[in-house]
Design a binder for this molecule. Structure first.
Ligand code: FUB
Length: 677
């Protein structure tokens, strides 16, 4: 009876974006990559931590997922395609779904996988068939006769003839019949092992041993053809296993002019993993004119090397067809979109002393940070695409430092053109209830320069040590439009909200929380002199003001929303977000006197307002911005020029305000113009 891999029908589709390893949030090993319909598909094993009752500290796999990608950077998980409970001939609780392969012939997709059979010992190899690369796959009722072992791989030659290779008593190979589910040719009866009980018969085995391969443990064959060369590539233990040493697997290869050999051993594709991860397993595939090596490493399971994750690096060939050795990288392959999070800890290169560290040693899937230890340290991340970004783009980064510091994001190298200067301000005890030094902080800064197209980035430490978790570039939502010097007067909007203001860059005013915003605190702190003529000045666009050590600019802006997003203003023009105080001024020209109006304000956080130099309203305590949250006494807007001025303070929140005048009935007052320049 044939079973459908039922859970596939759920048709899960999750995304992963990554460098090396390319899949996060779950383990993936033994990667077989195949190009189907112009897209890269990945059929890995699915390592899981062994459930209770299962052999611990060993490989444990219950099912398979398939992934696909167009750009080798963004991977879609199409969900489970086959479970151990769906294999008619398999032990449903063996957790032995080891390295698979998938090939396409005559529009059908054949998925080859090892599994433990219900009866007998060891492994058999089954086939599941689908009409699409993502499935649903229907497993055949019986495994392939004569193929006992693991790590199947299928090569379809130019003439359509398919060959299967697997690992069992060395590496073996055989022709497949046109049905792709049976081996072509007679089975050989092997001699029973020396310790077999008397009268035992030998196993029936298909195919032939691959000749010409080196001595030493080998598994995971992957065969492919390039030009008229056949390649048989395989994990190989080349080290000396005597004397208690435990050498680990390399990736190695042989070449031949014939699909089943004999083979001519050529050497190493990738050396042993440096951290002692015992296995490696791979596939080699050409995609859009470039060859790639898919392999695995235990990046997301540093203490247990049987929970592995797939990585990719480019691979290339010498003129004689031999393979150039590949050094594993963190950066991997593909072009990263600047508008996605860039994990620059997956670097292309770093200065001496620059290191990476797990963000959470108990959950490696949270990834890493890169730690730039001192002025002059740098990390380089290649191939970032800026074509989605406009000239108003900004940078957002998750960073950590123990003291105030600065890093630059540059183009190409440590001396390259500066895209962004990022100041990391650590708020110290006494200003905030909790010291945030050594804690992760989001910092944003406007870009000084937006590269065109694809470029390499180099992040340089310009002061004290800084750790960077990730960074991302974004186009700024247009919250404001600058008011030009010859702009026509503006009107309040139909609901009476005043959208044209001259805003001063935020003044540093750290506050541990907004609970301190009592009337007396606010009067004391709003009314202290920050800059000259603070309650009378009629600022002009571009005018500079000195506040302590800060040099700030007045900016005349039309808000694209009824509420003035001070947080976005600070972010856009200065990169300052929290612990700040804002000043806002607007000029109201009335054709006639308007009596008995009330100033209606909502602000986040506290604010204070003056009309024509007289205090009109104080909104104290920790507030959210709510329309008409506070109302003044009756006021008169005089004929001619009126000056409305306000100041807003905020500790850790996102500041904004909305202001309008309403009449006795609460209706908006709109009969005036706004004339800031
Ligand atoms: O994943 C289980 C086994 O580890 C594979 O079948 C081998 O190739 C090795 O990677």
């Amino acid at each position: 009876m044939k079973h459908i891999a039922n859970t596939l029908l759920l048709c899960v589709s999750l995304s992963a974006t990554a460098q090396n390893p390319i899949i996060s949030g779950q383990f993936s090993a033994d990667p077989t990559a195949r190009v189907f319909n112009g897209k890269m598909y990945l059929y890995p094993s699915h390592d899981i931590p062994a459930p209770e009752g299962q052999r611990q500290n060993w490989f444990c796999m219950a099912d398979y997922h398939v992934f696909s990608s167009q750009n080798l950077v963004d991977w879609t998980d199409h969900g489970m395609i086959l479970s151990q409970t769906s294999v008619p001939w398999g032990k449903p609780d063996a957790y032995s779904m080891w390295a698979p392969d998938c090939v396409c012939k005559n529009g059908k997709y054949y998925f080859y996988y090892p599994n433990a059979p219900k009866s007998g010992r060891g492994f058999a190899i089954g086939v599941a068939i689908a009409d699409h690369p993502e499935g649903p796959f229907t497993p055949e009722a019986e495994p392939i006769a004569g193929v006992s072992g693991i790590d199947p791989c299928v090569l379809i030659d130019d003439d359509g003839q398919a060959y299967i290779y697997w690992s069992g008593m060395g590496i073996r190979g055989a022709k497949l019949k046109a049905n792709m589910t049976e081996v072509d040719g007679e089975l050989t009866t092997m001699a029973p092992p020396p310790n077999a009980p008397a009268g035992a018969t030998g196993m029936k085995v298909a195919g032939q041993a691959m000749e010409g391969l080196p001595e030493g443990f080998k598994e995971g064959p992957f065969a492919f053809k390039r030009g008229d060369w056949y390649y048989l590539t395989f994990p190989w233990v080349r080290g000396d296993t005597s004397g208690g040493k435990n050498p680990t697997e390399t990736l190695a290869y042989s070449m031949s002019k014939s699909p089943l050999g004999p083979w001519d051993f050529k050497g190493i594709i990738m050396a042993e993993h440096e951290n002692g991860c015992w296995t490696n397993h791979h596939s080699i595939v050409e995609y859009q004119g470039q060859w790639y090596l898919f392999y695995h490493h235990n990046d997301y399971s540093p203490r247990f090397d049987k929970n592995r994750s797939v990585c990719i690096d480019p691979i290339s060939f010498n003129a004689d067809g031999t393979i150039k050795e590949v050094k594993p990288t963190l950066r991997g392959v593909g072009i990263s979109d600047a508008t996605h999070r860039l994990d620059i800890d997956r670097y292309s290169s770093v200065s001496a002393g620059t290191t990476i560290a797990y963000l959470d040693t108990l959950n490696a899937f949270r990834g890493w940070s890169v730690d730039l230890p001192q002025k002059g340290s740098w990390v380089r991340y290649n191939q970032v695409d800026f074509s989605m970004l406009k000239s108003n783009a900004y940078l957002i980064a998750n960073v950590k430092a123990n003291a105030n510091t600065t890093f630059f994001v540059r183009e190409n190298d440590a001396k390259g053109k500066i895209l962004a200067k990022v100041n990391v301000t650590v708020i110290t005890e006494g200003q905030f209830r909790r010291d945030n030094s050594g804690k992760w902080l989001m910092v944003t800064t406007p870009l000084l320069y937006v590269p065109k197209g694809v470029t390499d980035l180099c992040i340089t430490c310009e002061d004290k040590a800084v750790s960077i978790d990730w960074m991302q570039f974004k186009n700024r939502e247009e919250y404001f439009t600058p008011v030009s010097s010859n702009a026509a007067p503006a009107h309040p909007d139909s609901a009476g909200f005043i959208r044209r203001w001259t805003l001063l860059d935020p003044i540093d005013k750290p506050n541990r929380s907004n609970t301190v915003f009592t009337d007396s605190y606010l009067r004391e702190n709003f009314l202290q002199p920050y800059f000259k003529d603070q309650l009378t000045v009629l600022p002009k666009n571009g005018q500079k003001v000195k506040v302590g050590k800060q040099t700030l600019t007045w900016r005349s802006l039309d808000s694209n929303r009824f509420n003035i997003k001070l947080f976005r203003f600070g972010e856009a023009y200065t990169g300052k977000l929290y612990g700040v105080l804002y000043w806002a001024v607007t000029i109201i020209d009335c054709p006639e006197e308007i009596k008995d109006v009330r100033l209606a304000v909502g602000s986040n956080g506290a604010s204070m307002w003056w009309l024509n130099g007289e205090e009109a309203l104080l909104l104290s305590s920790d507030r959210r911005m709510v329309e008409d949250d506070g109302m003044s006494q009756r006021l008169t807007l005089k004929k001619g020029r009126n000056i409305l001025r306000g100041t807003v303070i905020n500790g850790p929140g996102m500041s904004d305000f909305c202001v309008r005048f309403v009449d006795e009935k609460g209706n908006p007052v709109t009969g005036y113009t706004l004339n800031v320049k």
